[in-house]
Design a protein around this ligand. Sequence first.
Ligand code: GTQ
Length: 350
Amino acid sequence: MTAQDSYAAVEALGTAPLWRYYGDVLPAQPKPSAVPYLWSYSALRPYLLRFLKELSLEEAERRVLMLVNPGMAEPPATTTSLYAGLQIIGPGETAQAHRHTANAFRYVIEGEGAYTTVNGERVHMHPGDLLLTPNWHWHDHHHEGAEPMVWLDALDYPLTTHCLDVNFFELYGERSQKSSVPDDMSSRQFIHGQLAPAWEIPHTAASPVGNYPWAETRRAFEAIADDAEGSATEGVLLEYKNPLTGGPVLPTMGCRVSRLRPGFRGVPVRRTSGAVYHVVQGSGVAQVGDHRLEWHDKDVFAVPPWHSFELRNASDSADAYLFSFTNEPVLRALGFFREELPEDTDSGRG
Ligand code: GTQ
């Protein structure tokens, strides 16, 4: 019996010899299949409008263009453990009520007059708002405005469906939920961060807040002195908080927003987390590993784990605002989060 015969025999018995796969099983450092990539909003928007015109919501159940990382096409993901999509809904439409294990949120890009009903609470949307639909919460979307409405969807479904196999999904049965609590209640009762309800609020792994409105985000930035140094990597960086814990808004996804002052140039950093950025306003450059991504208003780009990442605001006169989300909460909970400023290491920019 030759060695080849033995390898074939053990393979047929459902095994593999570790010594032949050692570098794949235990690489010296992460080798993500996700690649750095940018989705251009101005290129995609005409197609969103076209599908809006040509397909009803009965024909297209969630009218969403998934942002498919070229390295993670099958099944689709935007970067490691994270998914994002661009959803469009037209005046008078309703996206039917459902729930799933995957945690989700929306970041509103354009339009006025839509709301999402989340477990009976109508949560109204305006550009720049962050709306949560945590794990197993019923949600249906409605649009009562006059112009199309577009938002960025984010879900942790590559984690729940493809890493952990814990996804459940069900339809509500009726197309929309009835309103059962006052509109925007969950946001209104937590919006004054220094004074919060002292009675018992049902505690889940996610933030109880339905909407983190842009109006408050703007006020938060305005309250920070113009000469505040901010972070060396991402400028004046704010994190959306779960008011009950001080932690991230969802157990699997953390959300941040940063203001890059005119001419801002960040120091490079690399992290074990995957991240997705959305350009709220402005233009600049992200150097991600070997890829130079030039970003403009409303674009989305993916930063895979352990890629050197460096941000620059291209304008010498205007601020830029970037919204971002990462899987950092998962990594921190499990002890896998690492962050390195490659300048600090002997290996250079990595
Ligand atoms: O709007 O509920 O992009 O369930 C993917 C799955 C959006 C949604 C997505 C979803 C939704």
